[in-house]
Write a protein that binds this ligand. Sequence first.
Ligand SMILES: Cc1cc2nc3c(=O)[nH]c(=O)nc-3n(C[C@H](O)[C@H](O)[C@H](O)COP(=O)(O)O)c2cc1C
Length: 337
Amino acid sequence: MIDFGTRYLGLDLKNPIVASASPLCDSLDKIRSLEDHGIAAVVLPSLFEEQLSLESESVDADLSRGTETFAESLNYFPDLMNYNLGPDGYLELIRKAKASVSIPVIASLNGVTRGGWVRYAHEMEQAGADAIELNIYSLVTDPSRNAAQVEQGYCDLVRSVKENLRIPVAVKISHFFSAVANFAIQLDSSGADALVLFNRFYQPDLDIEQLEIVPSLTLSQSAELLLRLHWVAIVFGHIRADMAVTGGVHSAKDVLKSVMAGARVAMMTSALLQNGIEHLDVVRAGIVQWMEEHEYESINQMCGSMSQRNVPDPAAYERANYMRVLSSYTLRPQPLR
Ligand SMILES: Cc1cc2nc3c(=O)[nH]c(=O)nc-3n(C[C@H](O)[C@H](O)[C@H](O)COP(=O)(O)O)c2cc1C
């Protein structure tokens, strides 16, 4: 009997597949359907700092200095109201979901500064959230701010959120850090219970006819998984916090690779948006089949088995890989003209 269970954020999950934050988890019906198709936990779409700060009119202007995206994003505030349920509706969704599904419900907060909104995490906890995912999505465009200041700001934020909570806190970050492994250790020391690697950055496109900057969102592909696998495999064993992979998990093999690299869970959004929630059945069946064929007994047994510290050739994750990849490319003969 194969044991598909895993432990993430101190929660016992029946398998390693989690629905990451997106509108797929913004209603009770969808959450129920995800549970029916075997999802192990859901992350609700993010509630944004701007929504909470504007509502309470208590923006901590001092701390938001240097994160000029905050002021700019206020222009987009009306759009946000269409994105999620607003602060009250959000708490209501947590309560309803907790009353009607048995899988863990993780709430998500998106912010970059230490404002009063951080206290809202406590309300999420009171509403019954099993954990909070802090989705830190900040674009540092101020050239006077250096990397150390940015990283310190993130760690301070994690500490502030943790101070207010008893439930575990996951931190979702992008890969745009010059020393990812060191930063992972800093977040771990600041109290993060899990790291979610990596947020996708959505760059706006240029409309050269209308001379406008337009938002652009494309769904992911499996190829994006490699970046996540690489860093999870490197960080595995260096931190106490769990790791989750988000970005490019589309198939059973993608889930298995994420676990073998060192993640406790693999999160999915794009694949479910593209193929429907039923796609989870295909992914779960694929995991069962693969594990049976390869005689694995448990997900735990696999976790980190292909991390840098557990592979026979750790250099494969380092600079040697770069040289090997470049030299492995074979040029096709070009036809003579
Ligand atoms: C339509 C849409 C909405 C999303 N909303 C959120 C969000 O509110 N908070 C968040 O942390 N991530 C959000 N994400 C990012 C996903 O949670 C996920 O990290 C990302 O899509 C990469 O995973 P994937 O390759 O499985 O799609 C969203 C993604 C999509 C496509």
